[in-house]
Design a protein around this ligand. Structure first.
Ligand code: PEP
Ligand code: MG
Length: 588
């Protein structure tokens, strides 16, 4: 490893949000920030300065490319060196630079951020075109953009791929697609300055079993490559230069946690049934098809939420019907006889796909995401639905729509489903005509109208991650207001109760597939509210099962009775913790 030996020094603790449990120790590797320069606002008066910085960076980039070209021409030959002519053209590309200047004037953000955004969009447009020459130009733009941004930020280029040995990744930010690409064998854990518990980056880390701490403010600026750190994903702490005493304490903690994990593993074959005999279906959430192995391993009853967006990220083109059919079929067959609930595409928000070249939006979480996007792009939607329907012939497949806001939207989605069914019948393709179709309830309007929606679907799955975000109007990604993101807010309890009651009145089952379902402290609350299914990350399924087995419905119902008129989220949380501490203290 070229990061050097760990730097000796005094122990220093940094506090953030533990989003994926586990303890990891290793040396720091900084993620190259050149593709994700931090964003900062600039005033009108600063704009000339930003333009001057850009001009200097372009000049430096040009000089670097020319000297690289000279070196290559001398060592390999002029023909190979000529590829850099295309790079020089990028530095002088007027369309690109004018767009950067226009966006800078309009958005007033630091120029490295603007440059990276415009260059990425420009490259994405070229990648769409079915012409190998233009696609090659997109690669040139990415290369040159990295160089320009490095010159703007003064950061060295570091190739993450070069770090094949075990390390802890430190970054200002990681997107969900970055996280999906992490090398699981060498990344022991990661720590970021920004982030929150219900971001898809955090959800991904839990799925991949990578301990992670986010929301560490300026941590990434305070450590260097090769520094020795210990990361505690349980408590959201990162310790630089851990001393002997700390290492001993963490060694003890790890032993205890391992003992609990071993106990939990023994529950694999048991049912998630309360002490007084109420069976709650306990299934697992997956983001990638190959996580299905963990679903069976953790003792879940199938997949309660298959987030299909990750299938669309990290690729240049769209997945074909055949690609998707094979993935859905494989998952369905792996979990049979249990079911897999495939959620239709939920792109948008923090999950963006370059291949679709979506326009930037002011408020992406309130924008054209999920079902709204799918209804606007029936070509993309139909390809997925056809693949899901075909997979329904090969196992126990259910399908649900994300972000349903009301009955008319649901009917429009069902009309597309009907069209796909008719096409498959005409083509003689087999599918399950009785496949259950559900709606996610994650927008307050859907929760309030749950009685109307319940007549038109086979089940509800409550997406608490978004339901909390939209009900309390608190951005689920913004660590600055994460204290306001309260699952035990009385409004959330009331909405869950409304949805469960409306579903049961129409004879349909109601699950919860947001992160609340994986929180053992909140399990008694959800059970008491009448939820029929909990779907959580595979890593936490055994813990939830133990919690359910330790509970009885009488205590759960009493808990709900005692908190339903409570005003304070903190007091409701405390009551839940009290019960959890009494019945399963080792899980906390
Ligand atoms: C949710 O919103 O609770 C949910 C499960 O969906 P996602 O986290 O993918 O938005
Ligand atoms: Mg959601």
């Amino acid at each position: 490893m070229t990061g050097g030996e760990p730097r000796p020094g005094a122990e220093k603790r940094f506090h953030g949000i533990g989003v994926s449990p586990g303890i990891a120790r290793g040396v720091v590797v900084h993620r190259t920030e050149d593709e994700l320069p931090p964003v900062r606002e600039v005033s009108e008066a600063d704009i000339p300065e930003e333009i001057a910085r850009l001009e200097d960076a372009l000049l430096a980039t040009r000089g670097q490319i020319l000297s690289l070209q000279e070196r290559i021409a001398g060592s390999i030959g002029a023909k190979d060196a000529s590829i850099f002519d295309a790079h020089l053209l990028v530095v002088e590309d007027r369309t690109l630079l004018d767009e950067v200047l226009r966006t800078l004037q309009r958005d007033r953000l630091n120029v490295e951020h603007i440059f990276s955004r415009v260059a990425n969009r420009y490259a994405a447009t070229l990648e769409q075109i079915d012409d190998p020459y233009l696609r090659e130009r997109a690669t040139d733009i990415h290369d040159v953009a990295r160089r320009v941004i490095r010159n703007l930020t003064g950061k060295e280029a570091r190739d993450l791929g070069a770090w094949k040995t075990e390390h802890l990744l430190v970054a200002h930010n990681l997107t969900p697609s970055d996280t999906a690409q992490l090398n699981r064998s060498s990344v022991l854990g990661f720590a970021t300055d920004v982030g929150s518990k219900t971001s898809h980056t955090a959800i991904m880390a839990r799925s991949l079993n990578i301990p992670a701490v986010v929301g560490l403010h300026s941590f990434s600026e305070q450590v260097d490559n090769g520094d020795d750190i210990l990361l505690d994903g349980y408590n959201g702490v990162v310790i630089l230069n851990p001393n002997e005493q700390t290492l001993w304490e963490y060694g003890e903690l790890e032993i205890k946690k391992t003992e609990v994990e071993e106990q939990l593993h023994k529950l694999r074959e048991t049912q998630s049934t309360t002490a007084d005999g109420r069976h709650v279906i306990l299934s697992a959430n997956i983001e990638l098809p190959d996580e299905v192995e963990q679903v069976n391993e953790c003792g879940a009853e199938g997949v309660g939420l298959f987030r299909t967006e990750f299938f669309y990220l990290n690729r240049t083109g769209l997945p074909t019907e055949e690609d998707q059919f094979q993935a859905y079929r494989d998952v369905a067959q792996a979990v049979a006889p249990h079911s897999v609930i495939i959620r239709t595409l939920d792109l948008g928000g923090d999950k963006l796909m370059t291949a679709l070249n979506l326009p930037e939006e002011e408020n992406p979480f309130l924008g054209c995401r999920a079902i709204r996007f799918c209804l606007e792009r029936p070509d993309v939607f139909k390809t997925q639905i056809r693949a899901i329907l075909r997979a329904s012939a090969c196992g126990n497949v259910r399908m649900m729509y994300p972000m349903i806001s009301g009955v008319e939207e649901l009917r429009r989605a069902n009309a597309v489903l009907e069209e796909c069914r008719r096409e498959l019948v005409a083509e003689g393709q087999p599918f399950n005509a009785e496949m259950e179709v559900g709606a996610m309830i994650e927008i307050p309007s859907a929760a309030v109208c749950a009685d109307l929606l319940a007549r038109e679907v086979d089940f509800f799955s409550i997406g608490t991650n978004d339901l909390i975000q939209y009900t309390i109007a608190v951005d689920r990604l913004n660590e600055k207001i994460s204290h306001l993101y309260e699952p035990t807010h009385p409004a959330i309890l009331r909405l869950i109760r409304t949805v469960v009651d409306a579903g049961h009145a129409e004879g349909i089952w109601v699950g919860v597939c947001g992160e609340m379902a994986g929180d053992v402290v909140l399990a008694p609350l959800l059970l008491g509210l009448g939820v029929d299914e909990l779907s959580a990350g595979a890593a936490v399924v055994p813990r939830v099962k133990r919690a359910v087995q330790s509970l009885d419905m009488k205590s759960c119902l009493e808990l709900v009775e005692s908190v339903i008129r409570e005003e304070s989220p903190a007091k409701i949380q405390a009551r839940c913790e009290e019960l959890a501490r009494r019945l399963y203290p080792d899980l906390l």
